[in-house]
Design a protein around this ligand. Structure first.
Ligand code: SAM
Length: 278
């Protein structure tokens, strides 16, 4: 899988040389290149921004350097054959467009589900905006060569797209087979099944008058699994009830339904519905 990141602050992306993503790059599991947007400018001052049409505060990123950067990146890494497209006799194989991710607080929200979806792509290109963002025409024009997606890290505003890209590349990169040593650790994580992860503990079993829950020391795998499931539900209900509202609980066991009941939920048509007065 290949990642290209375009930014006016390429040094901001240096952490992607560290830890599991850095190791995955060294091991050849993923390719990642960072490009300086200013190297695609034509003027002496390497200008990347200008005043907004219509007036208002702030500056807007100019279209020309972006077009040059995105054209060069697309040309340097020709699209892979589209495995999903049906071959027509005698025709050249259909090519899959790379995906252009444009971080923006006005985009669709980045979730674990989207991370899984993007981890299945061959080539992701990230366009880090600054100031008031990128001239809108770049996104329209880029759709000829890329599948374009505006993606938000959450409902708050950052100074630039670089922090969002660090988060997205890490979340996507760790899903590429081989990047995380033990793939089991991806299975029971928060958001992998629509719930938050259960609390975790390590040695010593007693620390500053606080004991690890006894069941975790029992060696009884059935009881441990039950404890963890219960605490997943409790934690999700307490911290992220919006996740419980969205969950399909039609396959929940009697024990799980009892925990939901205790937490103030009834199961109605496969959904956890808050009981009135709870
Ligand atoms: N004027 C823009 C708006 O209100 O939608 C915000 C621009 S922001 C100051 C500058 C850049 O930071 C954006 O172009 C985007 O690349 C990035 N950014 C800010 N907040 C973000 C978020 N929540 N998720 C992803 N990227 C974000």
């Amino acid at each position: 899988m290949r990642f290209d990141v375009v930014s006016i602050f390429p040094e901001y992306l240096a952490p992607l040389e560290l830890s599991l993503i850095g190791k995955a790059r060294t091991d050849g599991l993923l390719e990642l290149a960072v490009h300086d947007l200013r190297s695609y400018t034509q003027d002496r001052h390497r200008t990347v921004d200008d005043t907004p049409y219509g007036g208002g505060a702030g500056m807007v990123m100019k279209p020309e350097p972006w077009a040059q950067a995105l054209e060069d990146i697309a040309a340097a890494a020709p699209p892979a054959p589209d495995k999903a497209a049906a071959p027509s006799p005698g025709a050249a194989p259909a090519r899959k467009k790379p995906t252009l991710i444009v971080p923006s607080p006005a985009g669709e929200v980045f979730t674990q589900q989207l991370a899984y979806e993007l981890a299945g792509e061959d080539h992701l290109v990230f366009a880090c905006g600054r100031y008031e963002g990128i001239d809108e025409r770049v996104l329209e024009w880029a759709a000829e060569q890329y599948t374009v997606r505006s993606v938000s890290l959450g409902d708050y505003v950052l100074n630039g797209g670089e922090v969002a890209v660090l988060a997205m590349v890490e979340a996507i990169g760790r899903l590429i087979p081989g990047v995380v040593g033990n793939p089991e650790s991806l299975v029971e994580e928060s958001h992998s099944d629509g719930l938050l992860e259960y609390p975790v503990y390590t040695k010593p079993s007693s620390w500053r008058d606080r004991d690890v829950p006894e069941v975790l020391l029992s060696g009884n795998h059935g009881k441990i699994a039950k404890f963890r499931r219960e605490h997943q539900l409790r934690r999700t209900a307490a911290r992220r009830p919006d996740l419980l509202d969205k969950l399909d609980v039609s396959n929940f066991s009697k024990t799980e339904r009892n925990v939901l009941w205790e937490l103030g939920y009834a199961v109605v048509d496969g959904r956890a519905v808050r009981r009135t007065g709870k």
